[in-house]
Ligand binder design. Structure first.
Ligand SMILES: Cc1cc2nc3c(=O)[nH]c(=O)nc-3n(C[C@H](O)[C@H](O)[C@H](O)COP(=O)(O)OP(=O)(O)OC[C@H]3O[C@@H](n4cnc5c(N)ncnc54)[C@H](O)[C@@H]3O)c2cc1C
Length: 392
């Protein structure tokens, strides 16, 4: 049986593991951390990744804990005027066959971990920091910091934006600082006035920054991510705490709903990190090694599609390996079918930075009046089915 080694037990690695195990491959996941976990923040799951999560039997459990927002609303930063709306309720589900969910990242990872464990109980090895690998005609040997090694037929680097596997395949290149830093806070909905508890995904756009606010748990938890232009950056850790007063100052003059969420955050639980990405590449596979998720195509989160792309990757790589007997041909089929779509998402996410941060209300209103986000995203983004799209 083909044995696939996966470096990284994040959303991408665990989705790939579950899809590959379901497809009949043997899988071993190696995660550097001592436990599988995610930071306290939300993630939106549009129809494209949801189809994969349905394939893995996870929709009901995610829907029970998460939220089905009824719309995705772009709003003016100071007045909360709705500039554009993407309906996400029953019509969205009827059209796409799956709901749009907003969930806690930890709930998503827990669901994926459960799906993997149900298929292979000992698939994941923790405290396993992969340091290098060597590829030969018969397979791949992966080496770990503790001196251990593992042998398999294929290696998948699902090891995030600073991927060791990527550096080996594509060479060392520095990450690109996008010019934005991102705040994240979580606020129990019960602290907010009933009228200020969001039931939609809100993208509040304004000069030089934008704020994204949405509920992530049915029992009441609100997620806010605030993306602010900063010329310099010092910290890129998702767990770096910054003074609450700095976040408050960054959003001074913004609408009362935003103020209420910031005001009700725990003052010592405001995190801010520098957002990096990399320009799209024209290949990311060799004869026996490949990349997925942020290791392959790290993106600004301005279409909420980084995790979605990682989930899509997992489904497509499993299908490519089923479709092609030859490993090299399968990895080539996988990357050929993922390069253009992921590059488009990375590039459009970067372009959204310019649009969301335009310098005046007039410019923002005009930019949104020219676009139909619902039609655009329905046409190519949400409609993509990683399980049935023809692999060419
Ligand atoms: C503010 C923000 C909001 C976002 N919102 C959304 C959203 O709404 N929807 C969406 O789809 N996406 C969203 N994203 C993007 C999404 O979070 C990422 O694209 C996704 O988490 C990437 O998953 P991954 O598994 O590829 O990488 P990671 O989550 O980075 O996982 C990599 C794993 O590899 C492990 N690892 C790394 N190196 C090694 C090594 N050498 N050996 C062993 N293990 C290793 C790490 O410990 C980690 O567990 C958002 C991102 C941000 C920053």
């Amino acid at each position: 049986m083909t044995k696939i080694l996966i470096v990284g037990g994040g959303i991408g690695g665990m989705t790939a593991a579950a899809c590959l195990l379901r497809a009949g491959f043997d899988v071993a996941v190696f995660e550097q951390a001592g436990e599988l976990g995610e930071v306290g923040a939300g993630i939106q799951l549009s129809a494209n990744p949801m189809r994969v999560l349905r394939h893995l039997g996870l929709v009901d459990s995610l829907a029970q804990r998460g939220v089905r927002p009824h719309a995705y609303q772009f709003k003016m930063f100071d007045t909360a005027e709705i500039l554009q709306e993407i309906p996400l309720g029953d019509g969205y589900e009827a059209r796409h066959g799956v709901p749009y969910l907003s969930v806690h990242r930890a709930d998503l990872l827990e669901a994926l971990v459960g799906a993997v464990a149900a298929l292979k109980i000992d698939a994941v090895t923790l405290n396993a920091t992969a340091t290098r690998y060597a590829e030969d005609a018969d397979g791949v040997t992966l080496h770990f910091a503790d001196g251990g090694e593992a042998r398999g037929d294929i290696l998948i680097g699902a090891d995030g934006i600073k991927s060791m596997v990527r550096s080996t395949i594509l060479g060392e290149t520095p990450v690109h600082y996008t010019g934005d830093q991102s705040w994240r806070i979580l606020v129990p909905a019960g602290r907010l006035q009933p009228g200020q508890r969001p039931d939609t995904v809100n993208i509040c756009v304004g000069p030089g920054k934008h704020g994204v606010v949405y509920p992530i748990r049915r029992d009441g938890l609100v997620n806010m991510v605030g993306c602010v232009e900063y010329e310099t950056w010092d910290d890129e850790s998702w767990t770096a705490r910054r003074p609450w007063a700095e976040m408050k100052a960054d959003f001074a003059g913004w609408h009362g709903d935003i103020q209420a969420i910031i005001d009700h955050a725990d003052k010592d639980q405001c995190f801010r990190w520098a957002m990096n990405n990399r320009p799209p590449v024209d290949h990311w596979s060799t004869a026996r090694a490949t990349l997925l998720g942020d290791a392959a195509h790290p993106s600004l989160p301005y279409m909420a599609q980084g995790g979605a792309m990682a989930i899509e990757d997992g489904a497509v790589i499993a299908r490519a390996l089923q479709q092609e007997n030859d490993v090299g041909a399968a990895l080539d089929l996988y990357q050929r079918n993922r390069l253009a779509r992921t590059a488009r998402i990375v590039n459009e996410s970067s372009a959204n930075r310019e649009m969301f941060h335009l310098p005046s209300e007039a410019a923002l209103r005009e930019a949104f009046a020219r676009r139909d986000m619902n039609a655009e995203r329905t046409a190519w983004l949400f409609s993509y089915d990683p399980l049935t799209v023809e692999l060419r």
